[in-house]
Design a protein around this ligand. Structure first.
Ligand code: NDP
Length: 279
């Protein structure tokens, strides 16, 4: 227990839909591994009920909660304070209750960076192509910005790509946009990050990775299917491939560490997560 007084800490994730969320499995396995008196639940919260749900969680004594689609931006007005990561991302995926104050934080981008750093070094010499400019791409690009890597954004809708480039530059990062699917940039890339929802919808990817440097790191932030056709093509072209499961893992690890101000049991959480997915 916390403080040796039998106190139980409660955590949760709210979203709509929420049934598929693997966060409870991952966090509860972590509490068990460390013998902590804590629990983590999932709650389906409709957009129109968000404000009441936030007040309810606070009134019920929750210590913190994760926030997922579609509430990551709409929760902002209900919070008392934002961390720099949340301001930079313009979105919140983690809330901590601190002496009655609600602090909004974002671990999506930092979680992605932590997973990427297991596979490559990040500095100003790296050329990184980001495919997509939606919410996930924004979190990733804003977390990569401080490393000064050269970001090349490609998005089907160029206006949205330009907006993201503008945001990265505004925060002191390096970024430009290239036409969606333009091959020349892929050939120079040290790393390509696929953030669109194409693989999730089982649609065919609209362009080929041909010309990519063998040995380049190719990431698809989708993990279901475990290996998207995009990753399969990258593997066939001699690239190193990484799916999105560790992004999910490390956003959870970073949320844990923000809430509990202590190291999370990463391997226990990883094992539970992988097991839940692969049966
Ligand atoms: P958004 O709706 O915010 O963005 C979707 C992106 O996909 C946009 O860039 C959009 O381009 C692009 N896109 C969608 N369909 C097509 C298509 N047919 N052709 C070309 N581009 C397309 O979604 P999110 O950013 O929130 O999520 C994207 C994906 O990332 C989802 O599959 C989600 O499951 C996954 N994800 C994984 C996480 C993890 O932990 N591993 C965390 C968060 C998300 P346009 O601007 O032109 O519409």
């Amino acid at each position: 227990s916390f403080g040796g007084v039998g106190l139980v800490k409660h955590f949760a994730v709210i979203g709509d839909p929420i049934a598929h969320s693997l966060s409870p499995v991952m966090h509860n396995a972590g509490y068990k591994a460390l013998n902590l008196a804590a629990d983590y639940q999932k709650f389906q919260v409709s957009p129109e009920d968000l404000g009441e749900a936030v007040l309810g969680l606070k009134a019920l004594g929750f210590s913190g909660w994760n926030v997922t689609v579609p509430h990551k931006e709409t929760i902002l007005p209900f919070l008392d304070e934002l961390t720099e990561e949340a301001v930079r991302a313009g979105a919140v995926n983690t809330v901590k209750v601190d002496k009655g104050r609600l602090i909004g934080h974002n671990t999506d981008g930092s979680g992605f960076v932590r997973s990427l750093q297991e596979h490559m070094e990040l500095d100003e010499r790296q050329q990184i192509v980001i495919l997509g400019a939606g919410g996930a791409a924004k979190g990733i690009a804003m977390a990569l910005a401080p490393f000064q890597a050269q970001l090349c954004i490609m998005n089907r809708t160029p206006e949205r790509g330009a907006e993201l480039v503008g945001k990265v530059l505004e925060w002191g990062g390096q970024a430009h946009q290239e036409e969606w699917g333009r091959g020349a940039w892929l050939a120079q890339a040290d790393c390509v990050i696929q953030t669109t929802s194409i693989g999730l919808k089982k649609e065919e990817y609209p362009f080929s990775l041909e010309g990519i440097r063998p040995g380049a790191l190719v990431v698809d932030i989708i993990f279901n299917p475990w290996e998207t056709p995009f990753l399969q093509e990258a593997k066939a072209l001699g690239c190193k491939i990484v799916n999105g499961i560790d992004m999910l893992l490390y956003q959870g690890v970073n949320a844990w560490e923000f809430w509990l101000e202590d190291k999370a049991p990463v391997e226990s959480m990883r094992k539970a997560l992988y097991q839940a997915l692969t049966g």
